[in-house]
Design a protein around this ligand. Structure first.
Ligand code: ZN
Length: 242
């Protein structure tokens, strides 16, 4: 049965009670724990997985890796003992989550700046990892890349400086175009469809974790812009993270 994904409903849920539905020993020496519900984010959408612990009474299971399978089941891979059927308490590593969330939201704020500047680019893939943070677009840099880099950097500073509360909305994929400039064709079907509304106007279909307020991202630098074969890669860094 699909795991209930608590992080979709709430920007900040880091701990929750849950029940263990399956425990499987893996060939690599680790254990795969499945739960009825989870606040652990599995890797996806360019955002890395959460780590943390699962407490069952006095025993602690250390979560090293989290994956969502095609049936919507989340697999918590790690080490320790958790009895099947046990009631447990989940505790996500708050620092790692905050880093991943800020990096991920930073990518969407770059998208928002690109939109505001009227750059004729179609969003493509992104990576929001501490060692590699970028968003890609279909389209070329119109003119001088350094000038465009500075424009985007100034615009993201403006957006972050203004601040704005983000909003979570669940809706069928067919309705997303009303709120989102770009709705990808390959929206995953193994989890509830959701958008996050940035700055009240800029919807993004996305199942990742997001800052509650765009100001929470902090200082965002555009480190590099490069166009190659019709694809423009905008690399960025968040102060205190990378
Ligand atoms: Zn996203």
């Amino acid at each position: 049965m699909a795991t209930e994904l608590l992080y979709l409903d709430d920007f900040d849920v880091l701990t929750a009670p849950a029940a263990v539905t399956a425990v499987t020993a893996l060939d690599d020496g680790r254990t795969d724990v499945e739960l009825d519900r989870t606040c652990f984010y599995p890797r996806g959408g360019g955002q890395d997985w959460d780590t943390g612990i699962i407490r069952a009474g006095d025993s602690v299971f250390t979560v090293e890796e989290v994956r969502l399978d095609e049936h919507g089941v989340v697999h918590h891979l790690g080490r320790g003992t958790v009895p099947e059927g046990a009631g447990v308490v989940l505790e996500v590593d708050a620092h790692r989550r905050a880093v991943n969330t800020r990096l991920h939201s930073a990518g969407h704020i770059v998208d928002l700046a690109v939109e505001r500047l009227g750059l004729p680019w179609v969003p493509g893939k992104g990576a929001h990892y501490p060692h590699m943070s970028f968003v890609e677009y279909n389209g070329e840099v119109p003119g001088d890349a350094e000038q465009t880099r500075r424009q985007i950097e100034a615009e993201v500073a403006q957006v972050i400086g203004e601040g704005s509360t983000n909003e979570i909305r669940f809706m069928p994929v067919a309705e997303m175009a009303e709120y989102c400039r770009h709705v990808p064709e390959n929206i995953p079907t193994n989890k509830p469809a959701r958008i996050v509304l940035y700055n009240r106007t800029f919807g993004v279909p996305c199942g990742g974790t997001h800052v509650r307020d765009v100001a929470d991202v902090g200082t965002l630098s555009i480190t590099k812009i490069k166009s190659k074969k019709g694809v423009t890669k905008v690399s960025y860094a968040v102060d205190g993270v990378n």
